[in-house]
Design a protein around this ligand. Structure first.
Ligand SMILES: *Cc1c(COP(=O)(O)O)cnc(C)c1O
Length: 413
């Protein structure tokens, strides 16, 4: 397994170097919150939670205060937004109530008659929201295999295309899109189109898509950014001021900004993103190798057998901690999932504890069965979202689950 465990920590937050100090590694930037962001009277070491809807004004015309109403802005939210902008090297970042809200805000930049080009192996909720806008808002959505740049280019229309929406790696099939090449092609052929990446699977720690020319990168903050499955949030990072202004307008107009308490929890969670991701990823590499050694078909961009191993390596500093595998039989997969004791059966990923699921029965069940078939989503697929436990316990539990389900497990040593 050719993953250099130090590679991800060599990523440097490019925007952070301006002015008085050199840029630090991302792992360092994550834990240091710029104390200038919130001007707290008492020098609180932790950013205070401004649990308030309104802010008193001194001038009758309300022109003096920095904040007036929390839908429009709140200091705790500003703290996490400024921090996320630094981590993502965004011109500006915004935090909203969920990952789906982030996509909803972005989709409001598309007018009736305009078109969206998206992948064909998308997060289930993304698929549902895109179906909604195509049915109710007069927006045409093309689902194409984004592993092939030409499939995207074929659908580009210089007048109608407004968004090109990518996930890489996709979930649960772990397919890779050449984000850099697609962004360059879209900007060349459709100057008014925006390239948008849902970067939830990699997190800003492993993949910086704004630096690849993407216009908007968004995340479900519910996953790796918070890391403990104790809050829901969405994060939107914009590359230019023009796009930032459009996104801010929608958030303020629709009232989708994250509340103060959840903003504070997100800020706390993101500080440990680096250490969590390193551990989850190194566990995932061991588990992917174990499953592959059992002769199972494993989808993980850290395996040299992955058809796009090199491409993924050129985009990201690591393979992440989500993998999937096929068993060849739905019943067998069900027995494996139900026999796991340490791995909890749960949707979602990015949490410190390990999770196991069958996407077709759970997170992706909102995609109709015939569409799943068209998109080659195997019904027997098992997805693993690897946590920070001791890897021996995780592998022993998988071994037990495979054996209980009737798989003859080969011992490696
Ligand atoms: C979870 C998830 C979302 C949706 O985020 P929520 O916070 O659940 O609304 C979007 N994209 C991906 C890749 C996800 O995993």
């Amino acid at each position: 397994m050719a993953v250099d465990s130090t590679s991800s920590s060599t990523a440097v937050a490019a925007s952070a170097g301006s002015g008085s100090r050199p840029p630090y590694h991302l792992a360092t930037e994550l834990v240091h919150i710029d104390s200038e962001i919130v001007k707290d009277n008492y020098n609180a070491a932790s950013v205070p939670i401004y649990q308030t809807a309104t802010f008193k004004q001194r001038a009758a015309d309300g022109s003096e205060g920095e904040y007036d109403y929390s839908r429009s802005g709140n200091p705790t939210r500003t703290a996490v937004e400024v921090h996320m902008a630094k981590i993502m090297t965004a011109e500006r970042a915004f935090v909203v109530s969920t990952g789906m809200t982030a996509l909803d805000v972005i989709l409001r930049l598309v007018k009736s008659g305009q078109e969206v080009i998206a992948g064909d192996d998308l997060y289930g909720g993304t698929n549902r929201l895109l179906t909604y806008v195509s049915q109710f808002n007069g927006v045409k959505v093309h689902n194409v295999d984004t592993t092939e740049v030409d499939r995207v280019v074929e659908k580009l229309d210089p007048i109608k295309t407004r968004l090109v929406l990518l996930e890489s790696p996709t979930n649960p099939m772990i397919k890779i899109a050449d984000i850099r090449k697609i962004a360059a092609k879209v900007h060349e052929l459709c100057p008014s189109a925006l390239v948008v990446v849902d970067n939830t699977m990699m997190s800003p720690y492993l993949q910086n898509t704004l630096a690849m020319g993407v216009d908007i990168e968004y995340h479900s903050g519910t996953k790796y950014l918070s890391g403990h499955h104790d809050l829901m949030a969405g994060v939107i990072g914009c590359r230019t001021k023009e796009v930032s202004d459009l996104v801010y307008f929608v958030i303020n107009a629709s009232g989708s900004g994250l509340g103060p308490l959840d903003s504070w929890l997100l800020l706390r969670g993101v500080k440990t993103l680096g250490i969590r991701m390193e551990k989850q990823q190194s566990n995932a590499i061991l588990i992917a190798n174990f499953l592959e050694s059992q002769g199972l078909k494993v989808h993980f961009p850290g395996l040299e057998s992955h058809p796009q191993y090199e491409l993924h390596k050129s985009l990201s500093s690591g393979p992440g901690a989500v993998l999937s595998f096929e068993t060849g039989d739905v019943g067998l997969s069900e027995r494996i999932v139900e026999s796991a004791r340490l791995w909890s059966i749960s949707v979602s990923f990015g949490c410190v504890n390990s999770l196991i699921s069958m996407p077709c029965k759970m997170s992706h069940s909102s995609i109709p069965a015939e569409v799943r078939k068209q998109r080659h989503l195997p019904e027997d697929l098992i997805r693993l979202c690897v946590g920070i436990e001791h890897p021996d316990d995780l592998i022993n539990d998988l071994t037990h689950a495979l054996e209980t389900a009737g798989v003859a497990v080969k011992k490696n040593n």
